[in-house]
Design a binder for this molecule. Structure first.
Ligand code: ADP
Length: 299
């Protein structure tokens, strides 16, 4: 098979590991920079040109789409899907997971537990909205934020009100969320590939920091998930339609609470913490799905 990794940076750990795993499994690997793909539509059907050449012999793609290029990146993934190229992660599920609000709506509909969250348009009635999530301390999140940037903790209702007003003035959308104090500045990342948790780690924020993001100086170590945590992670990935997912959860008194589900989770932290060949598991999944697809065509 010829398998393409859609990535903007061949030097990234995740990109390098995926290329290595594809080759170790005896396939041909290439890196395609999705921002350099031209998407062409006409009456002969959808096609993609890369550096002026028509792409036509790619069997499967593994999208690694950065949050800042979601629109263009998912359009390229969708074009591959339209050309009947197998994608390890569907364009629809990437689009869903990139929207914090839409993700929480989907997870809530599917009965998953999460910190109580509010999104409001009534800027003059913050007090009422704050009461809905249980008053301060309250977490305020910018809808566009990633890597812990744009996630704030307001210790009082007054502070929460002024932060919401400030963002309102900047025309930035925020959600208000119940603060899970007992999580103690830690969260859990469960890595899901094709309906199986292939690795899990606990990330702890640095001293005095409630955000556990490794980009914010947090540290991680491997953990064994409880049955409830495993089942929440699998159900969250399934609800989003993600075959590859990094599910972030908080440990709370009422069990695991889903924070978010990532569609291009990094491999470095999780492979480093667990020692599991997760890139290899992703290629295994592609092989299985492609052989199923072939059997269907043969039948
Ligand atoms: P991002 O997508 O920017 O990483 P998250 O929603 O994952 O934003 O939040 C970043 C970190 O902040 C989480 O990993 C967690 O440690 C902490 N955190 C987020 N929401 C809450 C909450 N409601 N209660 C307690 N801690 C939280």
């Amino acid at each position: 098979m010829k398998i393409a990794v859609l990535s903007r940076n061949p030097k990234l750990y995740s990109t390098k590991r995926l290329i290595e795993a594809i080759e170790q499994h005896g396939h041909e690997a290439i890196i395609i920079d999705h921002l350099r793909c031209d998407i062409i539509m006409d009456d002969s059907g959808p096609s993609i040109y890369y550096h002026g050449e028509k792409l036509q012999d790619i069997d499967a793609i593994i999208p690694r789409i950065g949050a800042s290029v979601t629109f263009y990146g998912t359009a390229v993934v969708r074009q591959f899907e339209m050309m009947k190229t197998f994608s390890a992660v569907s364009s629809l599920s990437i689009t869903r997971s990139r929207d914090k609000l839409r993700s929480l709506q989907i997870l809530s509909r599917n009965g998953l537990r999460m910190p109580k969250t509010a999104f409001t348009n009534f800027s003059k009635e913050e007090n009422k909205t704050l009461q809905l999530v249980g008053d301060a301390p309250v977490v305020i999140k910018l809808l566009e934020g990633t890597q812990g940037l744009g996630v704030m903790l307001a210790e009082s209702n007054k502070a929460a009100k002024s932060v919401v007003e400030a963002f309102e003035g900047l025309k930035a959308r925020v959600i208000l969320q119940e603060f899970i104090k007992e999580a103690g500045g830690a969260d859990i990342r469960a890595f899901v590939v094709d309906g199986e948790v292939v690795g899990a780690m606990k990330r702890q924020g640095k001293e005095g920091e409630f955000r556990s993001n490794l980009h914010r100086g947090g540290s991680s170590n491997v953990i064994k998930l409880s049955r409830a945590e495993k089942s929440a992670a699998l159900k969250a990935a399934e609800s989003m339609g993600l075959a590859i997912a990094g599910v972030d959860m908080l440990q709370s008194k009422r069990g695991p609470l889903i924070l978010e589900v990532n569609s291009s989770p990094g491999l470095e932290g999780i492979e480093g913490a667990t020692g599991v060949d997760i890139a290899g598991k992703i290629v295994d999944m592609i092989e299985q799905k492609m052989s199923k697809k072939r059997r269907k065509v043969d039948a």
